[in-house]
Structure formats: C-alpha cells, structure tokens
Design a protein around this ligand. Sequence first.
Ligand SMILES: Cc1cc2nc3c(=O)[nH]c(=O)nc-3n(C[C@H](O)[C@H](O)[C@H](O)COP(=O)(O)OP(=O)(O)OC[C@H]3O[C@@H](n4cnc5c(N)ncnc54)[C@H](O)[C@@H]3O)c2cc1C
Length: 392
Amino acid sequence: MDLTLSPSEEEFRDEVRSWLQENHPGPEPEAGLDEVMAFRRDWQRQLHAAGWAGISWPKEYGGRGATMIEQAIFAAEATRQEAPAPANVLGLAMGGPVVIAHGSDEQKARYLEPILTGEEIWCQGFSEPESGSDLASLKTRAVKDGDEWVVTGQKVWTTFAQYAKWCMLVARTDSDAPKHQGLTYFLMDMEQAGVQTRPLVQITGEGEFNEVFFEEARVPDANVVGGVGNGWAVAITTLMNERAGLAFGAISQIQNSLGRLSKLARETPANGGTAAEDPYFRQRIAQLHIEVETMRLNAYRGLTKTMQSGIPGPEGSLGKWQWADINQDLTELALEIEGAYSTLARGSGHAVAGGAWQYSFLRSRANSIEGGTTDILKNIIAERVLGLPRLR
Ligand SMILES: Cc1cc2nc3c(=O)[nH]c(=O)nc-3n(C[C@H](O)[C@H](O)[C@H](O)COP(=O)(O)OP(=O)(O)OC[C@H]3O[C@@H](n4cnc5c(N)ncnc54)[C@H](O)[C@@H]3O)c2cc1C
C-alpha cells in the first residue's frame, strides 16, 4: 500500500480539479426531491458527456477505463468541491458493476449505457418488511410462466424507487431449497401495472425511500442476472460494491463537515470564550480528526485489496461502520455547540445555511442502518476479516 499519488495520479487529480471548478453547476435546488433529481440528471448528463461517469468501468462498456485509485480521486475531489451527486447513484455504484460482473453480453449491451447517462434510474429491491439484516429469509416470490417470471410480494425502504426504471430485485424462486440457494436476481421493469410504489416519509421530512408492491409483475427470462438460483452470490456482489463505493466520497464529505464544525466552534460563544477555545469541545473535534484519518488509511487498505483481487471484499464494511459512527458523532457535536439554539432551527432538505446541522443530524441517524446495520458490519468484520468463529 503506497499512500502517495504517482505523478500521473497527481496529473489526473489536477485535471479533475480544474474540470470541476469550471463546470460546477452550483448548489442543489432547495425545493422538493423532484427538482433535486432533475438537477442531478442534468449534472449526470454533463459528467457523462465529459467522460466522468463510470470512471473505473472498462472502456468497452462505456467507462473511462481508469484505475480504482483514479475513481477514488474523482470521488474525493467531487465531494471536496461539493459537486452534486449524479441522479443514478445506485445504478453507477451497484447496478453497472453487477451487470459487468455477472451479466450476459446482451445485458451489458442493453443496460450499461443508460446507467452511465442517467437516462434510466436504478433502485435496489432487497429489504422486505420482515427481511432486512437476514436478507436470505426474504419472501417475495417469482414463479416461472413460459419464458417469463411472475413476481408477487413487497419490498421496503427502496431508495429512489419512485424515479426508477429498473429494480435490482432478489426474489425466491425455489421455496424447497435451503434459503440462500432458492434466490434469483432479476432486473425488474418498474414501469408496469403490477408494480406500485408508495413513498415513505423519513425523519428529515423527505421521502427518499418507498414501499414497493409487486402484484403479478412480469420479468422476462432474459432479465435474470447470474443464473436461476444464484441470486445470493449476485446480491453479495451488489452489497460489497455498495459499501466499497462509499469510502472516498464519504471521507471528503466528513472533512468538509469538520471544516464547517471548526468554523461553527470558532464563531459560537462558550464558557466565557468561544467553543473552539473550550477544552471539552476542542478535544472532541480533535478526536473526530483522528478518526477521519484512521478511516482514510483503512479506505486505502481496502482499496489495495480490491485492486489486488479485482472485486471489493469484506474490508469495505469497516469504512461504512466508521463513517456512520463519525458522521453521527460529528452532527451531534454540532448541535451541542449550537446549544439551546439547535432546538429552534428545523432542518430543511439540502440547505447549507439555516437548519443545515439539524438536517444533517436527523439524516445521519440512518447511516448506521442503511447499506447494512453497524451490528451486521461488525459481524462481517469479525468473521470474514478477522477470521473469528462464525455466529451460526
Ligand atoms: C435511508 C435508508 C435507505 C435504504 N435504502 C434501501 C434500498 O434502497 N434498498 C433496500 O433493499 N434496502 C434499503 N434500506 C434498508 C436497509 O438495508 C435495512 O434497513 C437494513 O438492512 C436493516 O434491516 P431492518 O431494517 O429490517 O432491521 P433488522 O434486520 O430487523 O434489524 C433490527 C436490529 O437488529 C439488529 N440485528 C439484526 N440481526 C442481527 C445479528 N445477526 N446480529 C446482531 N444484530 C442484529 C440490527 O443491527 C438492528 O439494530 C434502507 C434503509 C435506510 C435507513
């Protein structure tokens, strides 16, 4: 693991930096999620046109063919400059890599390009009302009917399902097989009568995620990914990409927040001086800096492993756990520094001023649940990274 950038990586970083400075579309609209998604779609089109979508995807699939380090440099730089997220964040981080790893040639030809352009948004239909951490217990059924599958069941917490054209759907195709072996991974067309989505309102007041109901929805055989009965392996690829994709953008995001937190501490009176001069607040801010640095070094360790093996491994779970802990501590500390004032401002969506800390604090509560709860990540690290005895 070499933590210094090579001359060509530095050149790449400078290119990314100046392109983002010249093309940054400004802050996201503060209106509703529909406006934010439209803004992000425009931004993704711009990224794609300039060759910044699918940075580490092979060129033959429409990507830039860059290294994973370069992908990480782009994520870090884009977040440092507070560039918007692309609209199709799940398609880029998970859908594309899954189709590249497990899809047929026809699937690669059909799905990859509209993921990159943002023309077709993807969502992830894994969790169900009674199956979250224990994903393999899921009950949504797919029954073969000629050259199609008929799907009945319910998913929940499905982020951006209301905007999605395609759903990465895991369904049970064999109820007699052991639970991990009876699953199949489908690409479900969300634009059909058998699929209904209902947004759920989060603690922030936004409705990013949804309940999704399948009532005899249809999927052609051609949309099975990785083979019938092989859904568990394909789902694991999806989850490993989800966690691994997060690290470098998350580090920059926390570094930005730490900068804002230090500014807040310098400007807020506390105990006869400012919060920045108060030993209690100073030490907590210093502790957060130390934890972010540890997270950054661990992220490089994970990236080195991924580059050696070609696929993201269980190490990505560590970064996701650290990110959730640090982000929750950081936003909580911001409210402590604001003191009584923190109870007055109500977080408004994507606002950067007035209520931004309240919004971030409320949104951060989900960090230790989404993409695998912290408890589950600790189990993965114990069993698959440290080699401790298995729970079951
Ligand atoms: C903002 C947000 C967005 C999301 N987006 C999506 C999405 O797009 N697609 C999707 O499919 N899902 C999505 N999810 C769902 C998410 O993946 C699940 O909430 C998560 O996996 C936990 O499942 P659960 O909610 O059913 O909790 P449960 O699995 O019921 O867990 C309840 C509690 O028990 C603990 N627990 C459970 N099993 C164990 C164990 N073996 N050892 C120790 N502790 C355990 C958990 O840590 C948790 O504290 C999203 C969630 C959030 C919050």
